[in-house]
Design a protein around this ligand. Structure first.
Ligand code: 3NM
Length: 216
């Protein structure tokens, strides 16, 4: 997909799976979309996460909500599921299938995102044809067991200073209170789990991010 189009989509990037939700995920997603979520990633991972048909059923339900609202639906890691559902794209980490192999499997119109934590991982992901990068963890997070060391916004600002203009989001511990420096460093958007899924009002939480993305 064309970088300018991706950049716009990345603004308020919600990620969730069933383990991140104390209420039905469909409710949280629906409310968050009403608040301004621009892209969604289904990330069914961690202790107690769904598998097999239960995972597929939830994915389909959430995809239906995204489709009804024109929000792109991406699948984390599970390429077979993304293909089965004809998802809008995938997001992969460093331990998953390399992006360069994914393009053939997914087709040209799909979005491929890659998590990168170092300049080398960034260069590799770009060479592999990633559409966008997730850079983190910016702040401490309790949503990812195997998160790398916190790195603040340094890598994001270094990349931008070096003239690397691939669309990218910051991820890890981002809240409406600490999102501004991530955007100021050059991120096109913020990727968020708990600040939206754990909010009393996912709609208001998403609105707060949306406002920041439009003003910073
Ligand atoms: N990836 P929260 S941090 C899924 O650094 C994920 O690549 C990260 O959740 C990375 O918004 C992270 O609750 C968890 O901190 C983000």
């Amino acid at each position: 997909m064309e970088p300018g189009a991706i950049r716009k989509l990345l603004g308020v990037y919600l990620i969730l799976g069933s383990v991140n939700c104390k209420r039905p995920p469909a409710e949280i997603l629906t409310e968050a979309i009403a608040g301004g979520v621009t892209i969604f990633q289904f990330r069914e991972k961690g202790a107690g996460s769904l598998e097999g048909s239960a995972k597929t059923t939830l994915a389909r339900e959430l995809q239906g909500i995204c489709r009804a609202h024109g929000v792109p639906f991406l699948v984390n890691d599970d390429i077979d599921l993304a293909i089965e559902l004809d998802a809008d794209g995938v997001h992969v980490g460093q331990d998953d299938e390399p992006a360069r192999l994914l393009r053939d499997r997914l087709g040209s119109g799909k979005i491929i995102g890659v998590s990168a934590h170092t300049p080398d991982e960034v260069s590799q992901a770009i060479a592999d044809g990633a559409d966008y990068l997730g850079i983190g963890p910016v702040y401490p997070t309790s949503s990812k067991d195997d998160a790398r060391p916190v790195q603040g916004t340094i890598l994001i600002s270094d990349l931008r200073r070096a003239g690397i203009d691939i669309p990218l989001v910051g991820i890890g511990g981002i809240t409406a209170d600490n999102a501004a420096p991530v955007l100021e460093a050059g991120a096109d958007g913020v990727s968020v789990i708990s600040a939206i899924t754990g909010a009393v009002s996912p709609k208001e939480a998403a609105q707060a991010f949306s406002k920041l993305v439009h003003t910073v």
